[in-house]
Design a protein around this ligand. Structure first.
Ligand SMILES: [Zn+2]
Length: 324
């Protein structure tokens, strides 16, 4: 996700780091800026590589160097990557076009065809390669291991394409109870602060609770259930845990950050932003490609706009389809 302002702010932070490594990286990042003050699309992944390199201590120089090379390669091959990406996405779209009018709102297809297509197509880059029609979503078709009463809790792991380029992991538990498949994500915070003015764990618990409500109570969830006649219920349960061994993700806390979701969270994220980040933990990729303000995805979608987006059919579809 991520606030464009926070993004520009973090680039600024690079420039006050005096190590030559960081200044080289800073140079790499600045080469991505285009005339309009925006960024080319490879810049997203490049930024993540650079941020990851910056985060690693000098003890891990080899790894740090690898990440730096990764950032550099994005800068050099940006145009090529972008073209390649377009071709790849078009191929995916042709493979799954039959699901397009089923999962995306007719009105959006008519009025914002290209954006709607973009929001639709990115989620097929999931390591879980089965994409049944949603009317196949029946209890009798669910993979037996997920509805086994003797072993009701199962792990779901895989990878998806984060910010368009980056292969990133998702992980959560599926628990079957009372005809409902509960999707559970447990998050651990590495450095929570408590002071007179702030209590990180308490604050994140509240926001995560709200994010859980967004996932459970957005009208699209019930509408999806009804329209496709699902004969089971689904719930989402997000929890803060204090033991990292129980967590799917263990993340650090910063005042502001762009993430990535699996390593750093910001105190200034809103519950909607957190619902978007947990969307990544549940295996949904970002729908946007640029940080230039020219977002090429459907504005109303949570995985396109993390500040005001909402959950849509295609989001639920891509999480639930892994049960089959
Ligand atoms: Zn995101």
């Amino acid at each position: 996700m991520v606030s464009k302002i926070a993004f520009l702010f973090s680039i600024g932070l690079f420039s006050i780091n005096l190590s030559s490594f960081a200044s080289e990286m800073n140079h790499t990042i600045s080469t991505c800026k285009v005339d309009q003050g925006g960024m080319e699309e490879g810049a997203e992944a490049q930024y993540l590589c650079a941020a990851q390199a910056d985060r690693l201590s000098n003890d891990g120089l080899r790894s740090k160097w690898r990440w730096y090379q990764c950032a550099k390669s994005y800068s050099e091959d940006q145009r090529q990557l972008s073209d390649q990406n377009e071709i790849e996405l078009q191929g995916i779209f042709e493979d799954y076009e039959h699901l397009f009018p089923i999962l995306m709102p007719q009105e959006a297809i008519q009025n914002f065809y290209a954006d709607t297509k973009k929001s639709f197509v990115v989620h097929f880059r999931d390591s879980f390669k089965n994409f049944p029609r949603p009317d196949f979503f029946r209890l009798r078709n669910i993979n037996g291991k997920f509805i086994n009463p003797i072993n009701p809790i199962n792990k779901m792991t895989g990878s998806m394409r984060y910010v368009g380029f980056f292969s990133a992991q998702y992980a959560y538990d599926i628990e079957y109870a009372n005809n409902a498949l509960i999707h559970k994500v447990r998050i651990h915070f590495k450095n929570p602060q408590v002071s007179q003015t702030q209590n990180d764990l308490q604050d994140f618990r509240l926001k995560i609770q709200e994010a859980q409500e967004i996932w459970n109570e957005t009208p699209a969830k019930e509408a999806f259930q009804k329209e496709f006649g699902l004969d089971f219920n689904t719930r989402f349960q997000f929890e803060v845990v204090t033991d990292p061994r129980l967590a799917h993700f263990s993340v650090a806390i910063a005042d502001t950050t762009r993430g990535p979701y699996f390593s750093e969270w910001a105190r200034n994220w809103t519950p909607v932003a957190i619902a978007h980040e947990i969307g990544h933990m549940l295996g949904l990729g970002d729908e946007y490609q640029t940080v230039s303000g020219k977002d090429d995805c459907l504005d109303q979608s949570l995985m396109c706009q993390s500040w005001r987006g909402e959950l849509m059919y295609h989001n639920y579809y891509h999480v639930l389809k892994r049960l089959f």
